[in-house]
Write a new protein. Sequence first.
Length: 317
Amino acid sequence: MAFSPIAILACLLSVPVFAGSSLDYSLEPAVLDGGGAGGSSSDYTLIPSIGAGIASASENYELSSGYAGQLIDTTAPVITLNGSGRVYVNLGASYEEQGATAEDAEDGAVEVTIGAGRIDTNNLGDYEVTYYAKDRFGNRSSATRYVSVIHPNARLLEFKINDDSVRVVDCSVSISGDLIIPSFWEGKPVTSIGRSAFESCKSLTSVTIPDSVTSIGEKAFWWCESLTNVNIPDGVTSIGGQAFYLCESLTNVTIPDSVTSIEGSAFSFCDSLTSVTIGDSVTFIGGNAFWRCKSLTSITFEGNAPTLSEGVFSETR
């Protein structure tokens, strides 16, 4: 097959066929009507040949309609991250870059560069580090490492991934001081605090719950006796039974407008609780929800008073 009417070109180059063929193809000079000589690589006829492939092993080719012409490599390098693809860094700590390597099928090891960007370890959040590699033919590839800056106490939490969401299921009872629960874990949103997740964490003093959380489970903070402050974000729709039972140091609670139900005994025996503000979407408060909150002197309903079960505010002031 001739590509243009050119006379004789003196060149011979064997190129291997893909897809497991045992035949070789040769690029040989075309002898065509019209005479004249040309100097471009399109002035060749591709014909099957058998035997000594003289093409360098580092050269790649493609076949089109049964024949092959010399083309550049089309496969990008493969980047391998050193270390984990997800890294958690404590708030205020230093991020240590682990780097990456890249290997190309034709060129071997190639250089890896890191994209612009900065990991701000003084601010909680999720960041990305992108790595780039390019071979001599211009094929490019990239890979990403995900970096999360978290509160140090978040390392004491246990998470369970459910499809596209995450639940906090446990916490070490050794936890003390304050805690900011991360909004994402392993790249998925933290949407719930499970049953008894913080039960008997008696030295926990303050908890910030992320906006991604929609439910607080039964006994979630049961007997967190040193807990003085908890923020319930506008996104939570339900607070389970005995969720804050025996949180004896809790002084005030604001139930956001997103909450529709507060289950039974949710805040029972919160002896230091003095004020409660209940959002306008709450339609149900379970029995004994605020039972034995002996210091409770202020109760504010942002909307109409919801249905109250028996003993909701029994033995309060």
